[in-house]
Structure formats: structure tokens, C-alpha cells
Design a protein around this ligand. Structure first.
Ligand code: URA
Length: 438
């Protein structure tokens, strides 16, 4: 086999077999195929696309290119949730204990934040004492004992994807649905779950700006999961405004705790219930959406989910008292309020602008090696559609540096759009994509 012939085949719209993809992908990981040939293949894929089986072969090859997690020692069906990345999206911190509290095991590997989107591992590390570096055995034992564990990535999952993503980043080949879908799913499959609930974000603060693109991505991922033998569903959800009301690591932990107390923002709570219902259905813990939702609502109302959160935090070395006293979380030294410059309806809150403001305050990473400040960020006091009087507080900025505080106020101000007309209400969930839809 010769790489140039495979590139030519893809360039001309052909379909590569598993053996041909294996030659390219594993050859690339071993350093036998040079960057320029992989880049040419990625560009050919960008223009010609890939067939469903071909994308699945690529995904599985990437998933098997490094370490894979064996979750079979954990009793029950393990269903993972993945979000393509949003702002003020702390669903994992709510969902993990919520779903575990109704008896569905949650064994999750999460990432760190990069750019304007946050990462669950960083958020968890703002809980005093919390360890995200459990050994694989500790991780598995904890899920069997407590029902839930969330850890950072151990070992090297899908190294082929890591190499290919870095190459795509500098060769204008990131924006290809087959390559994005296989990239995400390869890491998920390597992490070992039996099923996946995917939250594909669409809008100003998301990777996918248009609904049609997001639906295409959701369909591609559901198809890969299904062909790979994992039950998979996707919800396409709104990211034209921040999901919750807090952005920043410790602030998002606070938001998750408030939500588990039944005092969370409406959209965040609703999305957790909808994603959680899908997880219960895939895990076989509910026979209908109505039954799944009722179980989760009961768990939230009765405090069972909050109790599970405390057990989980304690099991990972964290201080469970944070669940009753959010003042134990890291606090920034300086706060300032952003006030409405005029009366009117909040017509829009740009999630990307707020995500960037939080990043510049120090809550996120500009590059993979940046250090972050767990305490800083923003709290929103209003949502889209609210009417505010001039001078009302729109947001509170938390910073550890007075210069950054002033900058944060200016940046956050640019995210709010006020006007005299009440804006139209957008759905929170646009579409559900199941295996039948692809
Ligand atoms: N996120 C990923 O993990 N991979 C992509 O290709 C794009 C976004």
C-alpha cells in the first residue's frame, strides 16, 4: 500500500477500507507517514466527506491507537454524557450525582478547559481537597462503592486524534463534520462507556454556529456510536446565551450546588433533567421519558442528589461541607457590579463575549499550559427577556487584580444588548437525534 494512492482515492471521492485507514492512521502515529501526506488526506476528506462505515472505522482506529479504559468491572450500564462545549455549562457537576442518586453508575473522564469554554476537572479542583487524579483501580472501586466518580484523563487516550487534531488546526481542516465527529467519538469510545448522551451546542458561544451544521454533527456522532455498538442519542441545544448564570470554576461549582438544592437557574436545571432522562433511558433505568424525569425530579426535590454529591466529594478527598456552605470555595479578592446603562429588555447576552471576559480574568486557559485562577469569573443577575431599570445590576465580576476587574467590567458590558422590544423566546432544546434519525 502507498499513502499517495490512498490520498488520490479520497481526493477522487472514493471510500477507504478499514485496512487502508489503518495503514494511514497507525502509520502516522508510528511516524511512518509524514505530516504532509496526512494533511493532504485531511483536505481530501474536507472536500469529499466520508461514508458512515468509513467514519466509524476511522473513529475505532483512533480510539484503539492508545490506552482504552475497561469499565466492565463496574456493575450496570455505564452511560457517559458529552457536551461539545458551551459557556456557563456546569451540567456534568449536577448530572453526575443526580443520575447516580437513582442508581445509574457514573464513571466519567473529563477534560480541562481551553479557550472560552470551561472544563469539569478544573471546576472540581476548586473544591478544597478534591482529587481528580485517581488511579484506574481507585476510580472503578469508587464507582462500585459510591456510584459516581469523575476524574481527569489518565494514560494516553486516542493519541492518533491528538496528532491529527494538531495537524488539522494548522492546515484549515478542523471544520469537517466527519473529522470532528470521529475526533470526539474516538475519545469517548476509548473512555469505555456502553452508551452516550451527546449535548451538541449551537449558537454564538458554540463551535457550531448554525442549527443545520449542529444537526449534521449530531447525526454523524449518533451514527458512529450506533455502528460502534454503543447506544447513542444527541440533543441539539441552545448556546446563543450562557446556559446558567455563573462563569468561572468555583462559581460554577457554586451554581451546581445551588441547582442540587433546587435553587439553580431554570435553563440549567431543565437541561440537566432532559439530559439525565436520556441517560436513564439508555441505562435501562427508566421505561419512558416520563418515568425517567419523575425519578430525577424526585431525587432533586428530596435532597437525594445533594446527598450523593456530598458522598462523591468526600470519596474523592474533597470537603463535603461545600454543599452546605459555598463560602468554603475559593473567593476572589475584588468584586464589582456591571449596571444597566438604560432601562429596557435584555435582548441578548453574548456567551462568547462573556466566555472571553472570564478567560481574560484568568478563569480559563489561552493555551494548554496556562495556569488558571479558580476563584475568578462572572455572575449574571439577569437572563434574556428580562426587563431592567437603568442602574440595575446585570452582572457581578470577580477578580483577583484591580486592573483585570476594570477590564472585565468593560468586556462584560459589550455582551449585553438592551432595547425596548421584548425578544422572541428561543427553545432550549432544538432537536433530539436518535439512531432512527440517521
Ligand atoms: N473537538 C474535538 O475534540 N475534536 C474536533 O475535531 C473538534 C472539536
Amino acid at each position: 500500500m502507498r499513502a499517495v494512492e490512498l490520498i488520490q482515492k479520497k481526493r477522487d471521492g472514493g471510500r477507504l477500507s478499514r485496512e487502508e485507514l489503518e495503514f494511514l492512521i497507525l502509520g502516522y502515529v508510528r511516524g511512518e507517514i509524514p505530516d504532509y501526506q496526512m494533511a493532504a488526506w485531511a483536505m481530501a476528506v474536507y472536500f469529499q466527506g466520508m461514508e458512515a462505515e468509513e467514519i466509524t472505522d476511522l473513529t475505532l482506529l483512533m480510539a484503539e491507537s492508545g490506552d482504552t479504559l475497561d469499565l466492565s468491572p463496574i456493575r450496570g450500564r455505564k452511560v457517559d454524557k458529552h457536551s461539545t462545549g458551551g459557556v456557563a455549562d456546569t451540567t456534568t457537576l449536577v448530572l453526575a450525582p443526580l443520575v447516580a442518586s437513582v442508581g445509574v453508575p457514573v464513571a466519567k473522564m473529563s477534560g480541562r478547559g481551553l479557550g472560552h469554554t470551561g472544563g469539569t476537572v478544573d471546576k472540581l479542583e476548586s473544591i478544597p481537597g478534591f482529587r481528580t487524579d485517581l488511579t484506574p483501580q481507585e476510580f472503578i472501586d469508587q464507582v462500585n462503592e459510591v456510584g459516581v466518580s469523575v476524574v481527569g484523563q489518565t494514560g494516553e487516550l486516542a493519541p492518533a486524534d491528538k496528532l491529527l487534531y494538531a495537524l488539522r488546526d494548522v492546515t484549515a481542516t478542523v471544520e469537517s463534520i466527519p473529522l470532528i465527529a470521529s475526533s470526539i467519538m474516538s475519545k469517548k469510545i476509548a473512555a469505555g462507556a456502553d452508551g452516550f448522551v451527546l449535548d451538541v451546542k449551537v449558537g454564538k458561544g458554540a463551535f457550531m454556529k448554525e442549527e443545520a451544521q449542529a444537526v449534521q454533527l449530531a447525526k454523524a456522532m449518533v451514527q458512529i456510536g450506533t455502528l460502534a455498538g454503543r447506544s447513542t442519542v444527541a440533543l441539539v441545544t441552545d448556546m446563543n446565551q450562557p446556559l446558567g448564570r455563573r462563569i468561572g470554576n468555583a462559581l460554577e461549582v457554586k451554581e451546581a450546588i445551588l441547582t442540587l438544592h433546587g435553587q439553580g437557574p431554570e435553563n440549567l436545571t431543565e437541561l440537566c433533567l432532559q439530559l439525565g432522562t436520556e441517560m436513564l433511558l439508555l441505562a435501562g433505568a427508566a421505561a419512558s421519558p416520563r418515568e425517567g424525569r419523575a425519578k430525577l425530579e424526585h431525587s432533586l426535590r428530596s435532597g437525594l442528589a445533594l446527598e450523593k454529591f456530598k458522598e462523591w466529594v468526600q470519596a474523592q478527598g474533597g470537603n463535603p461541607q461545600v454543599a452546605e456552605d459555598v463560602g468554603l470555595l475559593p473567593q476572589a479578592r475584588f468584586q464589582a457590579d456591571l449596571k444597566a446603562p438604560q432601562s429596557g429588555y435584555i435582548q441578548g447576552i453574548d456567551p462568547l463575549a462573556l466566555g472571553m471576559a472570564a478567560l481574560h480574568l484568568g478563569a480559563g486557559r489561552e493555551t494548554k499550559d496556562s495556569t488558571i485562577d479558580l476563584a475568578v469569573g462572572l455572575e449574571l443577575w439577569v437572563s434574556e427577556g428580562d426587563y431592567v431599570q437603568e442602574g440595575a445590576v446585570l452582572a457581578r465580576i470577580h477578580a483577583n487584580d484591580e486592573g483585570l476587574l476594570a477590564q472585565g467590567l468593560q468586556e462584560a458590558a459589550r455582551a449585553f444588548h438592551l432595547g425596548k422590544d421584548r425578544p422572541a423566546v428561543r427553545p432550549l432544546v432544538y432537536r433530539k437525534i436518535t439512531a432512527q434519525d440517521v
